[in-house]
Design a binder for this molecule. Structure first.
Ligand code: GDP
Length: 444
């Protein structure tokens, strides 16, 4: 699981505050050491860790007692907000040119996924309704040009090539001219990477940049390289001037150092992230969601977004609101499970459902089966019971009826009811929502 070790490390910090009444300088000392250790082990750069820990402890000690909020939850909230800030706060959107084609220049070392990103980016922009053209500027490796042509076909985007005898800045210029003729919205220029930073590569990039005056210059970095990625972004920015970074291979077992260090170290935002080898595996970088993932909330919002693809817009927005306010009921539960089922590939989504993030692929078929069982039980509930799960929590008679009508056991019904309330509470804790329900005990 992405950043799993970091998540576990941070959980250790909260757990030490259970049972405390308030946050004090004394009782946060050990949790703060845990947080520090977890971040360092995730390969976040040391100065960043120092500033982070300092800022979190200042806020934690200064925080007033909020009624009904436990100190460990308060600390989670402070850390979450600080993580979001660390990663740049808001989503950093791609900028488009207002006159003529937008030119996006991609730079990066060899093997980081630059060519793949070129095609993924074209695919992503096409979905936003923009026409694209790819330009093959990696003139040193004929294989790189072939690869771009193949990927271009795959995403149905034209690829401008001029072989390996023309220099990259001329290719870029010709590509841009061609794009203007064809009224293309976005030109994506792939450039040659090297194994390491060298002067030749930097000079070439500067020349291409001068030749086509790009709106975006994005450095593609590999998330597996941790804080080294942040150092690279800094160097490229100083040398050629970049507008942001694209972080690739976030689906691998990267520890989080790159995602957490890039903005703070380089001052440049991560704009997009790659999370797999398929063309659709490129998405905007949402600091808020990333923080959520790091804290082990599953990725409620990404889940809702995926669900949106199969649900009515309104339904999905409602569901999202209810999840955020921890008020969702069995109708939402049913919509959610059905949406998951309709999405076909339960395996891709299951990790995003809070509380299910630890499900292993081997358990997925089991999970699909249990979705069916849940559905049967929810269908046996009255509309009122679906809207007010409390009715079922309070009445063994109602649970018995649901069990009989759905052909399941009373224990299964009790479990389902308990699960709904647990989800509410977990979401409440994690989303930092400070009010609302507790788990009603099931009455026997
Ligand atoms: P380039 O040398 O920078 O152009 O790198 P390529 O685009 O050729 O990619 C190098 C390898 O990384 C290829 O095998 C890609 O399939 C793989 N790759 C690229 N992006 C991702 C990603 O987000 N996740 C994973 N798992 N693999 C990726």
């Amino acid at each position: 699981e992405m950043f799993g070790q970091l998540t576990t490390g941070l959980e250790a910090a909260w757990s030490k505050l259970r049972g405390q009444e308030v946050l004090t300088k004394e009782n946060i000392a050990e949790p703060m050491r845990d947080i520090r250790r977890a971040l360092l082990e995730a390969d976040v750069s040391l100065p960043v860790v120092r500033r982070f820990v300092q800022s979190v402890s200042d806020q934690a000690v200064g925080v007033g007692l909020i009624r009904g909020v436990k100190p460990d939850q308060q600390l989670v909230k402070i850390v979450k907000d600080e993580l979001v800030k660390l990663m740049g706060g808001e989503v950093s959107e791609l900028v488009f040119s207002k006159s003529g084609p937008t030119v996006i220049l991609l730079a990066g070392l060899q093997g980081v996924g630059k060519t793949t990103v070129s095609a993924k980016l074209a695919f992503y922009l096409k979905k936003l309704g923009k026409s694209c053209m790819l330009v093959a500027g990696d003139v040193y490796r004929p294989a790189a040009i072939d690869q771009l042509v193949i990927l271009g076909k795959q995403v149905d985007v034209p690829v401008y090539t001029a072989g390996t005898d023309v220099n990259p800045s001329d290719i870029a210029k010709q590509g841009l001219a061609e794009a203007k003729k064809k009224n293309i919205d976005v030109v994506i220029v792939d450039t040659a990477g090297r194994l390491q930073i060298d002067k030749g590569m930097m000079d070439e990039l500067k020349e291409v940049k001068r030749a086509v005056n790009p709106t975006e210059v994005l450095l593609v970095v590999d998330a597996m390289t941790g804080q080294e990625a942040a150092a690279l972004v800094t160097t490229f920015n100083l040398e050629i001037g970049i507008t942001g970074a694209i972080l690739t291979k976030l689906d691998g077992d990267s520890r989080g150092g790159a995602a957490l260090s890039v903005k703070e170290v380089s001052g440049k935002p991560i704009k997009l992230v790659g999370r797999g080898e398929r063309m659709e595996d490129l998405e905007p970088f949402y600091p808020d969601r990333m923080a959520g993932r790091i804290l082990g909330m599953g990725d409620v919002l990404s889940f809702v977004e995926k669900a949106q693809e199969v649900m009515q817009q309104e339904d999905a927005e409602n569901l999202q609101k209810k999840i955020m306010s921890a008020k969702f009921d069995f109708n939402d539960f049913l919509k959610q499970t059905r949406a998951v089922a309709q999405m076909g590939s339960v395996s891709r989504v299951i990790g995003m459902i809070p509380g299910m993030s630890k499900v292993t692929p081997a358990q997925i078929r089991e999970a699909e089966k249990s979705l069916k069982i849940m559905e049967a039980m929810i269908e046996a509930m009255t509309p009122e019971e679906r809207e007010k799960p409390e009715l079922l929590a309070e009445s063994p008679t109602r649970r018995k009826r649901v069990a009989q009508e759905s052909g399941k056991t009373e224990q299964q019904v009790s479990q389902l009811v308990a699960q709904l309330f647990q989800m509410r509470v977990r979401m409440k804790n994690l989303m930092g929502a400070m009010e609302g329900g507790s788990i009603p005990a099931l009455e026997n």
